[in-house]
Design a protein around this ligand. Sequence first.
Ligand SMILES: Cc1cc2nc3c(=O)[nH]c(=O)nc-3n(C[C@H](O)[C@H](O)[C@H](O)COP(=O)(O)OP(=O)(O)OC[C@H]3O[C@@H](n4cnc5c(N)ncnc54)[C@H](O)[C@@H]3O)c2cc1C
Length: 504
Amino acid sequence: MSELYQKLEDIVSKNYISNSEYIRHAYSRNVDPLLQCVPDIVIRPKDAQEISEILKIANEENIPVFVRGGGDCEFGGSKPIGDGGIVLDMKRMNRIIHFNQENLIATVEAGISWGRLNEYLSMYGLYTGCMGPGSGMTASIGGGISHHSVGGGGCAKYGACTNQLVSLEVVLPTGEIIETGSQANKFSPLPFNRFGNGPDLAGLFCGDNGILGVKTKASLKVFPKPPYANYKTFVLNRKSAQVSSEILYEIRHKGIDVYDAMYIMDLVVTVGCQQGLFPMWESNLKRKRGIFFYTIEANSEVELEEKTKQLDNIILSKNKTEELGSELSDGNIARWHYEEQGHWQMYHNLWGMFPALEPLTAECFTPINTYPHILADLDQWDIEHNDDIQKITEITGQRPITGSGPILLIDGCNVELTCGFTSYSAYFDGKHHSIIDEINLKLWKSILERVTKHGVQWYMMGDMMSRMMVDFGAYQEKFYELMKNIKKTLDPNSILSRGKYNFE
Ligand SMILES: Cc1cc2nc3c(=O)[nH]c(=O)nc-3n(C[C@H](O)[C@H](O)[C@H](O)COP(=O)(O)OP(=O)(O)OC[C@H]3O[C@@H](n4cnc5c(N)ncnc54)[C@H](O)[C@@H]3O)c2cc1C
């Protein structure tokens, strides 16, 4: 056993550290089929103090540390970049520390999942508002804040999960432990507000993709779940991308308070129906066109009716738009999405659309009026890259799919756009087809560059996108320089997530 391993074991005890080959490999990837790097050690700390000690040793020994919550990053963000280093698994830190029912603030350990926290809150008729990401049954609060996640329901009303943040406890890369917001005043007994006592230091760690500190505690505003809700699903006409963006704009311009509004493109509807993924649409939809659905919440029946009327007026005024019936069996996916926590199942289902097919995604924020152009450009990209795509098709017998997953309204006049290229892993039939890896990587980079040049904003960046932004020359020079200087100040030995953003 190495001296380093012994020192770390002395901190967490032998049950919570491993360097066995199968554990190291289990922590060597996230959800994409391409990026894999094997750590030397996996460690599961129980609190901020242990993390502080681990980071101090990592600095002494110059060993990089990669923080992992649920491990659901789509860009390889919570595994090493290059083999080696320590993976710090946060999932042991999953307690609800304090629930301030009077002030509607929950303080939790950062490794808790969105699902677990919301299960607890539901006993009080409360929820987190933005339900985190679509992976919220496994993804952690710490991972969500590190990504600015949106998508698991409620993001049209509440925005990204960082909007709810009140205070953070963070272990800095050199081991010091800080608290932000109201807790900067050491006389404050409980977190109550994010801004004040100086600049918004919590903001520094929101969307940092794990490079500036380890979030150990988070205090979030929580909200009463309104007693009334309505949800409807519509089939759009042939120009569904354009029509859905017009609908979303009207919703925002008329100030209608929707909880969720989502567009699912025709290709996903068609392929999903063929694969048996949307049984409620197989017979109900004569033509497999783009789908739009919304959810609204209200405190009274009158309010609900009024909002429903306003929304239906907007949507049904579009040529050839049809409303589906109110039950799930009629095709009303919005009912499942809201009432049955479908928002945490939808993406898992979509990703399993074809066994062995996995997305090489491009998940970003963009203004509503830009996504129809981006989707059209992706069709063009697909045509331009047909030769490479065909090479994969010849091996697998099935053509990889270019397109977009659900497009969601988020705060402001913006959407979360999940698009990309869904392909086969090199091991799809048990043999290793290295050519598939090569083509996948080439095509993934190419599609990311194409989407970046539409001026989108990446929020989950991980290994891949953090470095691609630099490689594509997309960063404003002064922004990048400042980010690099902040990193250097907080993490002089580049211990946390070494390799991201190509700082070294
Ligand atoms: C099926 C599926 C659906 C998804 N849907 C969405 C979606 O709707 N919206 C969306 O935004 N994303 C989505 N994602 C991507 C991803 O799951 C989310 O971004 C999620 O918030 C990541 O959380 P995690 O706990 O899994 O983080 P991880 O993947 O473990 O980590 C993510 C990043 O945060 C850092 N990190 C994690 N915990 C901490 C911590 N405590 N302190 C400091 N840094 C930390 C890691 O180093 C890494 O850089 C989806 C992924 C899958 C597989």
